[in-house]
Design a protein. Structure first.
Length: 551
C-alpha cells in the first residue's frame, strides 16, 4: 500500500493513504484529494489502479503534470519514490508504514509505576474537589496552592519578556516541588525546542528529557507522573533518561484554548525526591498559569508584528505602484486601458505596455505570479526587471518567455513561477503575435459579435529550467477588442462558491463591445460585483484592454 506525502503550494504538508482504485487530485472540493493551489485545474490529475500497478494521468489540466520533472503525456506507471509536480504543489509517493500502536487515551492509570491523566480533566477535577471538601488538611493545601498561583500572577502582571516568564515559572517550580532538573519545551511550527532549563545547586546539567516524554505530554495534552522510569516501557528506548540516573519525573502540558504550546517537566533521582500525584496536580496548575501568560505575550508580539507588516505593506504597495505604468502610451488609431486591484494590499499581478521599433509596434505583457502578498509582489518586481531587457531589444514574444523563464527559474525557488500573456501589435496592419504561457485565454471580441479565445502556447514561465514556447498570429480589425486579464476576475466566487468564469466575462464583453473601453471596464466590474454579492475577492484582479478604433 502507498502513502501520499503532499506538499501544497501554500499551507502545511500532510499525508494521505492511497486507497481504493482511483484518486482525483485538484483544487475543487469535488476532487478526492483537494490541494489549495489556485494554479491547479479543478480536476487536475488522477492516480488509478491498473492490475497490480498504480498509474498517473493528467486530466487535461491547463498547466500540465510532471512526473519526476517530465511532463505526463499519457497514463504512466508510478512507484514509491516518485514525485508528481502539479504547478507549485508536489505529491510524493511513499510506501505506507505500519501505524504506531495506539496508546490508552482514557486518562486512567497506565501501570503500577506511571500515571497519565488528561491535563484539562485534571484541572476540572481539582476545581470540583475544592468546592466539595471541608477537610482542614485539604483546605490548607488548597490555600497554599492558591497563594502560590496568585504570587505568580502578581509577578507576571506587568510587562515581561518571554524568557523572564519561563525562568520565573521554573524558579517557582523548584521552590515548591524541589526537583533536581527542570525544563520547558515550546512548540515552533511542528517542532518542540528547549526554551528554558534549570538544575538544582551542585547538579550537573544532563538534558535528559526525551522525545518519548514530549510525545506523550506535549502532543497529547497529558499530565504525566512516572514513579520509576526503568519499569515504564515507554522509556525503554530513552537512553538519555535511563543513563542519567533519573527515576522519578513529573510533567504537564502548557495548554491554552488553541492547543498545546509546549510542556514543563521536572525530574529527580529516587533517593533524593519522589514525586506524587499532588505534585502532578500542582505542576498542572502552574503550567496553566504559564500557558495563559505565554499566550498573552504571543498575542502582544503578534500585534506588534502585524503593525510592522502593515507599514511594510504600505511601503511595498507604493513601490509596486511605481512599477506599474502611471499611464499607458497612446497608440494612434487604437484605445488602450489597464488597471490592477490587489486583494491583499500588494499584488502578484503585473502589466506593462512598451512602445518599440520606432513606435511602429507595441508590446503588451500581463502576468500573474504564484503566491500572494508581499512575497508575490517581490517576485512580480523581479519578473518585471527580467522581462524589460528582452522586450526592449526587440525579441518576439516566444523568445522573451524562454529567456525570462530560464532566468526566473535560476533565481527563485522551484515553486515560484508566473503565468503570462504576451502580445505584439503592429500599429499599421493590426496584426497580433501572441504567446500564452499557461495564462488565462485572452478574449478577442469582434465588432460583429464573434469571439475567439487565445489559449496557451506553452507552460508557465519559470516552472522548468528550459521550456519551448510557441507563438500564434491573428489580426485586430476595426472595432475589434482584445481583453487580457488575470484569474482573480474569472475565479471570483459568489456565496454558492460558483466561479465567475470565462463565459460570464465574455458575455459582458460582447454585450458592451460597442461602448468605450472605460464603459466596458466599468461594466465588467459591475457584473462581477453583482455576481460575488459581497464575497471578498481572494485574488488580485488585473484587466488590460486594446481596441482598434472604427472609422
Amino acid at each position: 500500500m502507498y502513502r501520499l506525502h503532499v506538499v501544497p503550494a501554500h499551507g502545511d504538508p500532510f499525508d494521505r493513504m492511497l486507497e481504493g482504485d482511483s484518486l482525483v487530485i485538484g483544487r475543487s472540493s469535488e476532487s478526492d484529494l483537494m490541494i489549495a493551489d489556485r494554479f491547479l485545474s479543478r480536476q487536475h490529475a488522477r492516480l488509478f489502479k491498473q492490475g497490480d500497478d498504480w498509474m498517473a494521468e493528467d486530466l487535461g489540466s491547463r498547466n500540465g503534470t510532471l512526473l519526476n520533472g517530465r511532463p505526463i503525456e499519457s497514463a504512466t506507471r508510478v512507484k514509491a519514490g516518485d514525485d508528481l509536480q502539479l504547478c507549485g504543489s508536489v505529491v510524493s509517493i511513499r510506501v505506507a508504514s505500519a501505524a504506531p500502536p495506539a496508546s490508552d487515551s482514557s486518562g486512567s492509570d497506565l501501570g503500577q509505576h506511571t500515571v497519565f491523566r488528561r491535563a484539562a480533566e485534571l484541572i476540572d477535577s481539582q476545581a470540583e474537589s475544592a468546592s466539595e471538601t471541608d477537610a482542614p488538611d485539604a483546605l490548607r493545601r488548597l490555600a497554599d496552592r492558591l497563594s502560590m498561583l496568585n504570587d505568580i500572577h502578581q509577578k507576571l502582571s506587568g510587562s515581561i519578556e518571554m524568557q523572564e516568564l519561563l525562568d520565573l515559572i521554573l524558579a517557582r517550580a523548584f521552590e515548591h516541588l524541589r526537583p533536581e532538573e527542570g525544563v520547558i519545551y515550546l512548540r515552533r511550527d511542528d517542532e518542540f525546542y528547549r526554551a528554558a532549563y534549570r538544575t538544582a545547586p551542585g547538579q550537573e546539567p544532563n538534558y535528559a528529557f526525551s522525545t518519548t516524554l514530549i510525545r506523550e505530554v506535549a502532543e497529547k495534552g497529558m499530565a504525566a507522573l512516572v514513579l520509576d522510569v526503568e519499569t515504564d516501557e515507554r522509556f525503554a528506548g530513552a537512553r538519555s533518561i535511563l543513563s542519567s540516573g533519573i527515576q522519578s519525573l513529573v510533567a504537564a502540558p502548557l495548554l491554552d484554548p488553541e492547543g498545546t504550546l509546549g510542556m514543563i517537566a521536572l525530574s529527580s533521582r529516587a533517593h533524593l525526591r519522589r514525586f506524587d500525584e499532588s505534585d502532578m496536580e500542582l505542576l498542572v496548575s502552574m503550567a496553566a498559569v504559564a500557558a495563559m501568560h505565554l499566550r498573552n505575550i504571543s498575542l502582544a508580539a503578534e500585534a506588534a508584528e502585524r503593525r510592522r507588516l502593515e507599514e511594510e505593506l504600505k511601503l511595498a504597495r507604493q513601490i509596486q505602484v511605481a512599477l506599474l505604468p502611471a499611464e499607458l502610451p497612446p497608440i494612434p488609431g487604437y484605445s488602450v486601458q489597464g488597471g490592477n486591484m490587489p486583494s491583499r494590499g500588494v499584488s502578484g499581478d503585473l502589466y506593462e505596455v512598451f512602445q518599440r521599433n520606432e513606435a511602429r509596434e507595441s508590446f503588451f505583457l500581463v502576468a500573474d505570479v504564484s503566491g500572494k502578498g508581499i512575497a508575490a509582489a517581490f517576485l512580480t518586481a523581479s519578473l518585471e526587471a527580467l522581462a524589460a531587457g528582452p522586450i526592449e531589444v526587440g525579441h518576439p514574444t516566444d523568445r522573451v518567455c524562454g529567456l525570462v523563464g530560464r532566468r526566473l527559474y535560476a533565481r527563485t525557488l522551484p515553486a515560484k513561477y508566473a503565468t503570462a500573456f504576451l502580445v505584439t501589435l503592429d500599429h499599421e496592419s493590426g496584426v497580433l503575435h501572441y504567446t500564452n504561457a499557461g495564462h488565462n485565454p485572452a478574449l478577442l471580441v469582434r465588432s460583429n459579435g464573434e469571439s475567439e479565445l487565445l489559449g496557451p502556447t506553452g507552460m508557465p514561465i519559470g516552472l522548468m529550467p528550459e521550456a519551448t514556447y510557441g507563438s500564434k498570429e491573428t489580426r485586430l480589425e476595426k472595432g475589434d477588442s482584445l481583453i487580457m486579464y488575470t484569474d482573480g476576475i474569472t475565479e471570483a466566487e459568489n456565496p454558492e462558491e460558483e466561479e465567475f468564469g470565462t463565459d460570464r466575462l465574455l458575455e459582458a464583453c460582447l454585450a458592451l463591445r460597442h461602448e468605450s473601453l472605460a464603459e466596458l471596464s466599468a461594466g465588467i466590474e459591475k457584473a462581477l460585483g453583482e455576481f460575488v454579492r459581497g464575497v471578498p475577492y481572494a485574488d488580485d484582479r488585473t484587466l488590460v484592454m486594446l481596441r482598434r478604433e472604427a472609422d
